[in-house]
Each structure stands twice: as structure tokens, then as C-alpha cells.
Design a protein around this ligand. Structure first.
Ligand code: TRP
Length: 323
């Protein structure tokens, strides 16, 4: 901690983490620990816009904590915590809401999508981007690693921070997004983007049998073993690419183009490659998933680190606005 730039990100506890979450956010976030001071939190306030089952919300939170532990998050030197353990973030949300125009919120994607689908829009969903901006600004974050789908939220965050600084004087650090372009779309079982809402996900640390079964279910075209196949359009190949080295990728691409390799065999190779990376973490995950004492300890130590910074920033902001 200390002189390294601070990188912050949040992940919503809305379901079991899948390969798309892993490649898009969790893995890059954990790698950043080497060069950044990292603050990662479980966005449980945000999850309340969709999760209505308290037990499920609690379990999803423990799930994510165990996943980050299994994948090598260093809780000693970095902070991992629950969003809702830092009440300052909701206080800041009110203050920033007062300088946020309704029109800006009406242009946000999540709100527009919900309107287009005729879904009921809660105030929580409507002001989701303000809470997210506060998540970032309350910790003086320098960088925010997120998926492509969060780009607009980061732009809104910067707009609000600049506006506040302009109105009241410098209070906020202006954060920058780090967007992993290469892994922007991880294909799911059906070839569309892997997403919980499409029901096409491969769970990240599920028991090996279940994991293999999911990989074997990936949809392909119906070419026979002998026919040449196109690696560029194949979901199995796309997933393999995210885990294999350059040489291995080229070797498999050649086999695809030459014909003689069946999809069953390609899937088995894909499974083995993914499994080599995930086997160790899966074992750690299984050991600690039900150790609530340990998981609570992780979350409490993260909370204590995060809260010191949040107090400092909220005091600064209260002073600026005259509270
Ligand atoms: N909205 C993000 C998502 O759906 C989660 C999130 C909440 C977040 N607050 C954040 C991400 C702050 C980065 C920074 O994935």
C-alpha cells in the first residue's frame, strides 16, 4: 500500500461467478495487484436492484469472497470488502445526486434498456450510475478495471467528479477506466456473449465433472470429423484461445483447418487446458467456501482498510458543500 496508484472495481453478487466474469474482470483485477494498490468490493447495494432473496444475497457474497481467495487475492496488502460495509458511500450518493441532472441518468444504457423492454424501473435502477460513481470517488481511485459494458458508467463518473470539482473546488480524483479489449466478448454455450441473463454460462469453480460437462455442451456447427473447420467462428476455439499460449493456439488452428479433428476432441482439449488453470483454485475454493469465520475475517479486514479512506473523502466533501 502507499505510493502505487489505486485501482478499484466492483462485482455484483447476482449469481455464481462464471468464465466470462473471470476473464473479463476477476483475472485482470488480481493481476493488477502486482503494480497497483487494489480495492475490490462486492456490490451488494447494487445487487438490491435485482436480487430479492436475502439468503441468496448473503451466499453470493460469500461465494465471491471465496472465489477471490481461491484465485490468489492478497488480502493482507489489498482491500476486499462489501460495498454495504461502507455507509459513507450512500451518504456521498445523496450529495452527488443533488448535482446530477435527471437527463444524464435518462441517457444511461441500463435505464434505456429497461424502458425499451417495458420493465418496471425502480429509483435504485434509475440512479445506479450515481451510486457507482460514488463507489469509485469515495476511495480516491486512480484506475477502474471494468468490462466494455461499463464504459458509459465510467464516463458518467468522470463527468460528475469534474462537475463537483468545478462547483465546489477540488475534492475528487478523476478516475480512468482500464478496459480489457481483447476479452471483451467471451462466448457462452450458445455462441452469444457469456451472460447470466442468457443462461449460457460456464461456472468458474464448479466441481470438475460439472465443469467438463458444461464445456462439452458448447454449441458448434455440425461438420463431420473429416471436414476442415473454421477456428475463427468456433466458440470452442474462442474459449481455448483465452487460456492457451500462442503456439498451442496456432497448433489447434492448423488442426481445425486441416480437417480430421472432431469437435468432441477439440472440446476435450479445451476442457483440459482450462482445467489446468482452474484445478488448483477449485480445490482452495472447496476448502474455504463454508468457512464463514474465515470469509467474514477477510471482509472485515477489507472494510477497515476501505473505511479509513472513505471517512477522509466524505469529510472533505461535507466540508466543501457546507455540511
Ligand atoms: N456496475 C458494475 C457491473 O455491473 C459493478 C460495479 C458497481 C462497479 N460499482 C462499481 C464496477 C464501481 C466498477 C466500479 O459490473
Amino acid at each position: 500500500m502507499g505510493s502505487k496508484p489505486r485501482s478499484l472495481s466492483g462485482i455484483k453478487p447476482t449469481g455464481t461467478p462464471h468464465l466470462g466474469n473471470y476473464l473479463g474482470m476477476i483475472k485482470p483485477a488480481i493481476l493488477l495487484q502486482e503494480t497497483h494498490e487494489t480495492f475490490y468490493f462486492i456490490a451488494d447495494y447494487h445487487a438490491l436492484t435485482s436480487v430479492r432473496d436475502p439468503e441468496q444475497l448473503r451466499e453470493n457474497t460469500y461465494d465471491l469472497t471465496a472465489v477471490f481467495a481461491a484465485l490468489g487475492m492478497d488480502f493482507e496488502n489489498h482491500a476486499f470488502f462489501r460495498q454495504s460495509d461502507i455507509p459513507e458511500v450512500t451518504e456521498l450518493t445523496w450529495i452527488l445526486s443533488c448535482i446530477t441532472s435527471k437527463g444524464l441518468m435518462e441517457r444511461a444504457h441500463a435505464y434505456k434498456d429497461a424502458m425499451a423492454k417495458d420493465q418496471e424501473v425502480s429509483m435504485g435502477l434509475f440512479s445506479y450510475p450515481v451510486l457507482m460513481a460514488c463507489d469509485i470517488l469515495i476511495y480516491d481511485s486512480n484506475f477502474v478495471p471494468v468490462g466494455q459494458d461499463q464504459r458509459q458508467h465510467l464516463e458518467i463518473t468522470r463527468d460528475l467528479a469534474i462537475r463537483f470539482n468545478h462547483l465546489y473546488g477540488e475534492a475528487f480524483v478523476i478516475p480512468e477506466a482500464i478496459i480489457e479489449k481483447e476479452v471483451a466478448t467471451i462466448p457462452g454455450l450458445d455462441g452469444r456473449k457469456m451472460s447470466k441473463s442468457y443462461g449460457n454460462v460456464i461456472p468458474l469453480l464448479a466441481p470438475e465433472k460439472q465443469f467438463r460437462k458444461a464445456v462439452m455442451k458448447i454449441t458448434t456447427d455440425s461438420k463431420s470429423v473429416d471436414e476442415p473447420k473454421d477456428p475463427e467462428t468456433c466458440s470452442v476455439f474462442a474459449l481455448y484461445k483465452c487460456f492457451a499460449g500462442k503456439k498451442e493456439q496456432e497448433a489447434l488452428a492448423e488442426q481445425y483447418l486441416a480437417g480430421g479433428l472432431g469437435y468432441g476432441e477439440a472440446k476435450q482439449l479445451c476442457f483440459e487446458t482450462l482445467n489446468a488453470e482452474l484445478k488448483g483454485p477449485r480445490e482452495i475454493y472447496q476448502q474455504i467456501r463454508n468457512d464463514k469465520t474465515k470469509l467474514n475475517g477477510i471482509l472485515e479486514s477489507g472494510r477497515d482498510k476501505a473505511r479509513v479512506i472513505a471517512r477522509d473523502v466524505i469529510d472533505r466533501v461535507r466540508d466543501k458543500v457546507g455540511l
